[in-house]
Design a protein around this ligand. Structure first.
Ligand SMILES: NC(=O)c1ccc[n+]([C@@H]2O[C@H](COP(=O)([O-])OP(=O)(O)OC[C@H]3O[C@@H](n4cnc5c(N)ncnc54)[C@H](O)[C@@H]3O)[C@@H](O)[C@H]2O)c1
Length: 334
């Protein structure tokens, strides 16, 4: 199985979409995930069940299980890895810090070590986050900006990943590419993030809590654009750097006012939102905007989906999946 691509976090929002895109272009894929209960495990199972394919193998494993990961890597011998498994979420990192250390710090080292010792891994593409820009005030955020002022443990673990990847690239020549994703949304999205949380509350007539008193801007980025950027990063093998490690922003570079985002949702759903304004929350930043010059230059990547189209697709999926259209829900266990 020389040509297997390993996708970690394959039951996650981005991982399931990346695995699907790789399979669609004829790649052989091995996916790993621990299907943890940070949010609805059933949604994770349903994402994986979308694609039954002889070229796709899914293994339930925890990244923190060093020896199981290492044995799996020896058995699969992947040449390329897309590492997306992590404990995500900014706010939850204040409640359960250890989950972030186990999955994002120990788990990341376990992955790099398993990749290094397996011997034939040529490229590790891994998820970083726009949250590494932390308390920076200069906008848009550029990959050349200093990123040493994180304001959540989540952000600190993502920055730690970039530093660890730098060491493995420098000391062992392991080629690594880090992708700083900016607020990803779309069908099969994450129920803990504002786009889905807001949409479900509007459908169900529940109030939505709008933080920062509504004065927030986010570089919302559509899932198909994120998948495209991730595959471009994976495919980019032409450059040669003395230390083969680069980091890119994958963001929409057109931040949206949060309140406009809510208006588009109301229009797509056909119901008004019950807005409840709240102050900023710990760990949140008021605005995120990506400078994507380097991403355009090196990967030829530019996002193409505006929020009207993207939220339209998300709402269509939500209607069917949760049964908001009056038909039976498509959730497997619902
Ligand atoms: N979605 C976003 O807006 C966004 C923004 C910035 C960065 N990211 C990063 O992108 C990656 C993918 O994010 P996502 O939105 O798909 O999140 P997600 O939570 O939907 O997916 C992560 C997956 O990893 C799995 N996982 C977590 N810990 C694991 C462990 N120890 N062992 C095995 N599997 C484990 C989870 O079960 C989940 O299915 C993450 O690294 C996240 O931090 C996402």
């Amino acid at each position: 199985m020389e040509d297997t691509v390993l996708v970690t976090g394959c039951a996650g929002f981005i991982g399931s979409a990346v695995a699907e895109a790789l399979l669609a272009r004829g790649e052989r894929v091995a996916g790993i995930d621990n299907f943890n209960a940070y949010y609805e495990p059933q949604l994770k199972r349903d994402r994986v069940a979308r694609r039954i394919d002889p070229a796709y193998r899914v293994v339930e494993i925890d990244l923190a299980d060093r020896s199981a990961l290492s044995s799996l890597m020896q058995a699969l011998r992947p040449v390329r890895i897309v590492h997306l498994a992590a404990q995500a979420g900014v706010r939850y990192s204040f409640e359960n810090p250890h989950a972030y250390i186990d999955s994002n710090v120990a788990g990341f080292v376990n992955l790099l070590e398993a990749a290094r010792t397996a011997g034939n891994v040529r490229h590790v593409v891994y998820a970083s986050s726009s949250s590494v820009y932390g308390a920076n005030t200069k906008q848009p955020f550029s990959i050349d900006d200093p990123v040493d002022r994180p304001i959540s443990l989540y952000a600190a673990t993502k920055r730690a990943n970039e530093l660890m990847a730098q060491v493995y690239a420098m000391q062992f020549g392991l080629r690594c590419t880090g992708l700083r994703y900016f607020t990803v949304y779309g069908p099969w999205g994450r129920p803990d993030m504002a786009p889905l949380k807001f949409a479900r509350a509007i459908f169900e007539g529940r109030p939505i809590e709008i933080y920062g008193e509504g004065d927030m801007r986010r570089d919302f980025t559509y899932i198909d654009d994120i998948v495209d950027g991730t595959l471009r990063a994976l495919d980019e093998t032409s450059r040669f750097d003395p230390v083969p490690h680069r980091v890119y922003n994958l963001g929409n570079h057109r931040p949206e006012e949060l309140l406009h985002f809510v208006e588009v949702l109301e229009r797509e759903i056909g119901k008004p939102a019950k807005r409840v304004f709240k102050p900023m929350q710990a760990g949140d930043v008021r605005s995120t905007a990506a400078d994507i010059d380097a991403t355009i230059g090196d990967l030829g990547w530019k996002p193409t989906t505006n929020i009207d189209v993207g939220l339209g697709a998300m709402v269509t999926w939500l209607r069917a999946y949760y049964g908001y259209d009056g038909r039976p829900s498509r959730r497997a266990m619902a």
